[in-house]
Design a protein. Sequence first.
Length: 362
Amino acid sequence: MGLQPSLCGMVAPRKPATIAVHAGRPSREADQPLNVPITMASTYVAGGDVEYGRYGNPSWQAFEEALGALEGGRALSFASGMAAVTTVLDLVGLEATVVAPAHSYTGTLLALADLESRGRIRTRLVDVTDTAAVVAACDDAALVWVESPTNPALEVADIEAICAAAHEAGAYVVVDNTFATPVLQQPLALGADIVLHSATKFIAGHSDVLMGAVVTASDELFGVLKGRRDLLGAVPGPFETFLALRGLRTLPLRVERASANAATLAARLADHPAVDHVRYPGFGAIVSVVLPDADRADLLVRSTSLWLHATSLGGVESTLERRRRWKAEPATIPEGLVRLSVGIEDVEDLWEDLRAALDDLP
Ligand SMILES: *Cc1c(COP(=O)(O)O)cnc(C)c1O
């Protein structure tokens, strides 16, 4: 047209902190509530687009709009992170190969082992930090599963290089983005086909909800995933979705604060004589400390007064646990590894409590 695009018509892309607050709200009409109310409905009057409660719910839709906007795709909510994991794995064809990190989340490893033991799929476990090995493993794979940072080893994958190699080999890439959250990492922009979340963790953020989600920028994949969710039925409750969206509103704020706390604690922990070493990828709110043995690690998790001894992560409250207390945790994770989920409390209070417990170790 020979004209410069009008600058006044251009809106700068909104930042995550703004998207998290404003996405997924009702239209701005007089007397509309500012938040989508919880709709308790198993069925709807016939003739519309949704029809039945397993196919859609206004509370899911609001949450999905907000998470989709943060990840740069379209989201689908699930009853838990594992519901999302098993729904995605259900898409893999019979006897196809799935490449996955050897240090994936234990639930993911159990799901892969279960499918493999029943002859459904073949699994190729890799060191996700060894990009050349992952790239080599992509050959004739159907699906490349990436988790980055991994839980609880905190290994970081080169998502962009892995996506390029996987696509070259004709494989789809799923990235479990639970640890980084869309605030710190947006895998779709790095080439991933599907992003997966345990929304139970940072997204809901208050240790009171179990929920999962997948996000994709492909309309085709979205349709396939929606069809699987409709069929398998692992859908969330409207109240859970409402709480998850309420949590998501403050996700950038919480991630920023918890990450700053984690960076401070990681540096101080590295200097504490009771700690063998610290694993911290340089971003995010999870820090793993390795103590010399299981006994000292068990003692540490029972000696804090502020930090809560509990599994799971990503809440406003700081928690810690020795990961090898779980049978499914790989033997390559040290017995003395304690995973710290750093919350949003005052960092000096967190440090004093940890330091005192570490000082008292034998
Ligand atoms: C917790 C977790 C899951 C599983 O999510 P649930 O909500 O517990 O079912 C999957 N991936 C990672 C990285 C997790 O930490």
